[in-house]
Write a protein that binds this ligand. Sequence first.
Ligand code: T1G
Length: 678
Amino acid sequence: MTSPIRTELHDDVLVVISDNPPVNALGQAVRQGLKDAIEGALADDRVKAVVIRCDGRTFFAGADITEFGKPPQGPNLPETLDAMEASDKPVVAAIHGTALGGGCEVALACHYRVAVPSAKIGLPEVKLGLIPGAAGTQRLPRLVGAEAALPMVAIGNPIAAKKAQSIGLIDELVGEESLEADAIAFARSKIGQDVPRSSEGTANQDGVKNPDLFDEFRAKQGRKMRGFDAPNAAIEAVKAAGEMPYADGVKKERELFMKLMSGTQSAAMRHYFFAERAANKIDDVPADTEILPIKKVGIIGAGTMGGGIAMNFLSAGIAVTILEMKQDALDRGTSVMRKNYENTAKRGRMTGEQVEQAMGLLTPTLEYDDLADCDLVIEAVFENMDVKKEVFAKLDETVKQGAILASNTSYLDIDEIATATKRPGYVIGLHFFSPANIMKLLEVVRGAKTRGDVLATAMKLSKKIGKVAVVSGVCPGFIGNRMLSKRQEQANQLIMEGANYWDVDDVLLEFGFPMGPFQMGDLAGIDIGWHRDPTKVTTIREALCAVGRFGQKAGKGFYDYDEARQRTPSDEVKQIIADFAAREGSEQRDISKEEIKERLLYPMVNEGAKILDEGMAQRASDIDVVWINGYGWPLFTGGPMFWADTIGLSTVVEGLEKHGLEVSDYLRNKAEKGETFN
Ligand code: T1G
């Protein structure tokens, strides 16, 4: 088999080139080729300097993640990197695209790094529940200092080449079109000079002089790091770089790395890495299906959802025409969008110019005819089937043939909506999540007649507007809300049976969710949809509304809130629930947190199994992607279906049976066969 590594000798400079599409992952063959090329270069007297570069769209984007969890194959990367760094012949990394993880570590072991301005460089291993494993946590701080290294290793976001140059990680920015030539010239200019070695750097003395640096960083990033093991290990490794000699620091890194690699969190986060990429593929729609051009988008409704949805397209440079029935509603909607953009600019995430650019692409209108030449129209009006069908019939008359007609409904039947048109093949559900300009998840609801090119176009477009799209079939609540309703059902049942509502919330918080159902209720408002008649009490929520407990906005809901919006459980609410339960004849008992956890999460898994069985989701990992991106399911457990695989499907079945809850045939069969969802 041809090695993905080749070399080219340019007079006295040897260029080592990797050609391993799609992202030059450092798989076994690449490592072997690199080792052979470096050994060859060091032994060849004609070679005075070495340049390492990659063909294709990027420099090495890290270790080959598909090799993780399998028996390791030599050569191991650190040995090759040590031999390279030990050389007296200057070795230069020539970077384009994204030098990530092991790719960044290859660059760190080189004596010099040059990059094109569009390049990015980083150590995103923590996003896979790991830390760098080829001395990145020891070389980087010694080169750029502990303060600059900490966010790169513990948060994992790559940085731009210009920023990398400013912290000393990149030595020179070179021409976008002349990377190899400039790198060869740079390498030649270093021949005969002592080579700098990152492992001998002393920039990390900043962490030694100011050891509080690490705790301050931990405190500042606490919320983001909550529940994740890898970020703390990353901080420990960078700290070790200041406290230990290089070789001991590398040993420490290896210990921390191996512990994480064998843990459940990294397995879960690696599962998610591939799950997110798989979600974008539609099994029965060929990858080369024609993508329809989307240059102009129409939005019906300028309310919270309509405005948020419009911003996604405006921010991606796509023109939007937004329609409302009344001028004041239109003015209100567009001014909220401008305010949201201006707030983003105030936080430094956009420039004033970008705000004007985005708003400049927006055309408000009261006329349906202004939507006639749209390529896609998304309806975000009141959730009522008759209203939806009226809108779609109007769109069908007005908008050009070949345009996609989409509904943002969160549970209504897309096939039913499509019957209001003569083009059901062009009807699709695009279910955004509030706030639509922030939330990453997009449920793409495939109708029975939705065409392959319409689906493929929706998936491609979702990437362009920065969404993570998942295909769902037509069923009540699609994937996410359908499973959520099972959890909500149990949450309400549990407090009727005596569970403390704050225990229910705490169980989900301790599991890693950002908040529990009753906190969520208080945030959204207990009185949403309330009939405003305090004498009519048929649910616990109505009982709370009857006494003015409308939620955070009222300073009290399920919880009492102080000025800082800190929540405190309320004895009054505990009593209201007990009285309501007694009135409904529901006996109350003490309920353990373990029972609460099982009854909240297992029915969701069971509903996920039914969704798979009915073909409403293409694959189990799609369900994981929905819950992680749309409902705050903790990433470090991999999502509901992967988590169920981790604890064992038979455990879920036993738990459901223990609590007298439904077990679907699909789940039971898989459990009996010892199978997993993923
Ligand atoms: N290993 C294996 N496959 C990979 C891969 C990798 N590192 N990176 C990408 N792919 C596949 C991906 O699954 C997809 O496949 C295709 O390439 C295109 O990717 C020792 C331990 C580079 C920014 O975490 O962030 O090094 O779906 O769709 O949007 O310390 O991929 O087409 O079949 O994402 O242009 C650290 C992971 C590894 C970087 C490109 N590295 N990759 O994004 O394309 S751990 C990372 C990315 C490590 C060392 C440690 C992105 C990208 P398919 P894509 P993209």
